[in-house]
Write a protein that binds this ligand. Structure first.
Ligand SMILES: [Zn+2]
Length: 130
């Protein structure tokens, strides 16, 4: 049996013919816009990502000694990351390759919402701890 490799629109993942990249002009435009935004925010995002992950790591580490500082060092970056992922859903390349831009962005937004909720819970917890 021959397995036919289906080609999918780079934005919405609809099936397309082999010589196309996107199913329609709209998808092409949306994809262009996405890559433009990604180029603009990617450096800033990775800096904020790095600082946030570091803060969460240190926060978790010092939590047993300095409870309130630790809790805030975890809570605040979670809120910032959450908002950032909701506003600028920039998925990893592997996600784009697998799910195409539209779905990958949706997934990234859900991750952002989850982080934001976690961050809010952690903030409430931090305030209660004090
Ligand atoms: Zn499409």
């Amino acid at each position: 049996m021959k397995v036919k490799q289906l080609k999918k629109c780079g934005y919405c993942a609809k099936e397309i013919s082999y010589h196309e990249m996107y199913c329609c002009d709209e998808c092409q435009n949306s994809a262009n816009k996405f890559y433009e935004t990604r180029d603009k925010v990617t450096t800033l995002m990775s800096v904020i990502n790095g600082i946030s992950v570091m803060s969460i790591g240190i926060g978790l580490f010092i939590f047993s000694f300095f409870r309130e500082i630790g809790a805030f060092m975890v809570a605040i970056p979670l809120v910032i990351l959450g908002i950032l992922y909701i506003l600028f859903p920039i998925p990893a390349d592997v996600m784009i390759e697998k799910n195409k831009i539209e779905k990958a962005q949706k997934t990234t937004r859900y991750i952002g919402i989850a982080l934001l909720i976690l961050g809010i819970i952690a903030t409430i917890f931090a305030i209660i701890t004090i």
